[in-house]
Design a protein around this ligand. Structure first.
Ligand code: CS2
Ligand code: MG
Length: 402
C-alpha cells in the first residue's frame, strides 16, 4: 500500500478545525486532527509545504518510521505546530492500519480494559448560585464528574466565564480580546465556591477545577490546601510548567490531586513531572502530543509512576482527536478520566463518528479504524475564519498568562 494523496481540510463549523486526510492507492483513507486553536494556518502550511511532499509514495503501514522521520528527522523538532502536524498524520495512519486489519483501533492497542469511559463535563457560572445550578444540571444529565468554573466578583470575563451577550471567547476575524485578572481576588473567592458546591451537590459527584496557568507555586499550594476540605478530583494547570521543579513546592503543601499537561507536546515536557511524581493526572491529548503513538508512549511511561491519564477534550479538540483519545482510553491500563465538553450540531454533522455518549460515559464504538470521518461537502459550507484566544492582563496592565 502507498500514500497517494494528503489533503489538509480547514473548516469552521462554529470554530476552526484542521483535518488531515491521507488517501492510499488501495482506496483506504484515514483522517487525523491537527488543530491548534488560534494558530490553525501555521499547521496547515507546515503540513502542506513541508510534511505532505515527503510522504507521498510511502507505505502508510510504517507508522513508527514515519513518526520518527517527522520528529527526529526534522532538525527543528518539537513545539505545538510541528507536533500537531505529526499528530494529524499519525492519527490518520492508525485509522488506515486499523481499517486494513478490519478492527476498531483499540483492538490493535491491546483490547478493551474497561466497558465505558468516565468523562467530565464543564459547568460554569458568573455567581456562586449560577455555578451550583450548572453543576446540578450536569449531574441531572448523568455526569459523575464535573469541572466547575466561577466568575470572580468585579471581573466581567475571565477564563471559562464570557462577557454577557457573547457566546464564545473566540472573536471571529478580529484581534484577541483582552481580559483583566487578579490572583488575589480569585484566591479569596474560589474556596467559597467549592464550599457551597459540596453543601448543595453532595459528595458523590467528582468536582474538578482549572486554574488555567495563572498562579505561582506558593499560590497554588495555598489554593490546594484551602480546597482540601472539599476533596476535589483535581486542581488543573495551577502554574505554567516551563519550570517543572516549581511543582515540588505545591506537592510539599497539599494533598489536592494535581493535573497538568494539556499544552504539552512530547514526553520530554512531562518527563520530570511524572518521574518525580509531582502530578497525579497527565492531560496530554492525541492532537497535541504526537497522535496515538505519542500518547501511548507518554501514558505507558506515566503508568510506572502512579500517574493516571486525563486526555484534554474541550471543543477545540475535534471529534477526530476525541475518537482517537477514546480508543486509547478504552485500552490504557492507567486510565483516569476523559474531558468532554461537547460539540455544536454543525460539528457533529461535519464529522460523522462511531463514538457515543451515555450520560457521563463515552465509548469509541466498534467501527473499524478510529471510527470518525469527515464530510467534505459539509466542511466546504463552513469556511475558515480567523479567530484568537484572549490575552490576559493584571489590573495595572501587566501581561499575564491567559
Ligand atoms: C482548557 C481549554 O479544556 C480545558 O481544560 O484549559 O478550554 C483550553 O483553554 C483550550 O483548549 C484552549 O484552546
Ligand atoms: Mg485546562
Amino acid at each position: 500500500m502507498k500514500i497517494k494523496e494528503i489533503r489538509v481540510i480547514v473548516a469552521s463549523p462554529g470554530r476552526n478545525f484542521v483535518t488531515v486526510k491521507i488517501i492510499t492507492d488501495e482506496g483506504l483513507h484515514g483522517i487525523g486532527d491537527a488543530t491548534v486553536n488560534g494558530r490553525e494556518k501555521a499547521v496547515v502550511a507546515y503540513l502542506e509545504d513541508h510534511v505532505a511532499p515527503c510522504l507521498i509514495g510511502r507505505d502508510p503501514m510504517q507508522i513508527e518510521d514515519i513518526w520518527q522521520y517527522l520528529y527526529r528527522g526534522a532538525y527543528w523538532r518539537r513545539g505545538p505546530i510541528t507536533m500537531a502536524a505529526i499528530s494529524g498524520i499519525d492519527m490518520a495512519l492508525w485509522d488506515i492500519k486499523a481499517k486494513a486489519a478490519n478492527l476498531p483501533l483499540y483492538q490493535l492497542l491491546g483490547g478493551a480494559s474497561r466497558d465505558k469511559i468516565m468523562c467530565y463535563a464543564h459547568a460554569q457560572g458568573r455567581t456562586i448560585d449560577d455555578v451550583v445550578e450548572a453543576v446540578l444540571a450536569k449531574k441531572e444529565q448523568g455526569y459523575v464528574a464535573v469541572r466547575a468554573q466561577a466568575g470572580v466578583p468585579g471581573f466581567e470575563s475571565i477564563y471559562g466565564i464570557h462577557k454577557k451577550g457573547k457566546k464564545k471567547n473566540v472573536l471571529e476575524g478580529r484581534l484577541p480580546e483582552e481580559e483583566v485578572w487578579s490572583t488575589t481576588k480569585y484566591l479569596r473567592h474560589i474556596p467559597k465556591v467549592f464550599e457551597k458546591l459540596r453543601d448543595v451537590v453532595g459528595w458523590d459527584t467528582h468536582l474538578l477545577h482549572d486554574a488555567h496557568h495563572r498562579l505561582t507555586p506558593i499560590e497554588a499550594a495555598r489554593l490546594g490546601k484551602e480546597l482540601e476540605p472539599h476533596q476535589l478530583f483535581w486542581l488543573e494547570d495551577a502554574v505554567p510548567a516551563e519550570l517543572p521543579e516549581g511543582y515540588r513546592l505545591i506537592r510539599q503543601h497539599t494533598t489536592t490531586p494535581i493535573a497538568l499537561g494539556e499544552v504539552f507536546n512530547t514526553i520530554w515536557d512531562a518527563r520530570q513531572l511524572i518521574e518525580e511524581q509531582l502530578i497525579d493526572y497527565i492531560r496530554t491529548t492525541s492532537v497535541h502530543a504526537g497522535g496515538v503513538s505519542g500518547l501511548r508512549r507518554i501514558f505507558d511511561f506515566a503508568s510506572i509512576y502512579h500517574v493516571r491519564t486525563a486526555c484534554h477534550g474541550p471543543t477545540d479538540v475535534s471529534p477526530v482527536a476525541m475518537g482517537a483519545n477514546l480508543h486509547v482510553d478504552l485500552w490504557v491500563p492507567n486510565f483516569g478520566i476523559q474531558e468532554f465538553s461537547g460539540y455544536s450540531e454543525a460539528t457533529h454533522e461535519m464529522f460523522p463518528h462511531a463514538w457515543s455518549q451515555d450520560g457521563g460515559f463515552l465509548h469509541p464504538g466498534e467501527a473499524i479504524g478510529h471510527g470518525v470521518d469527515i464530510d467534505e461537502a459539509v466542511a466546504a459550507k463552513h469556511p475558515y475564519k480567523r479567530a484568537y484566544l484572549p490575552v490576559n492582563r493584571l489590573e495595572d496592565g501587566t501581561l499575564w498568562h491567559w
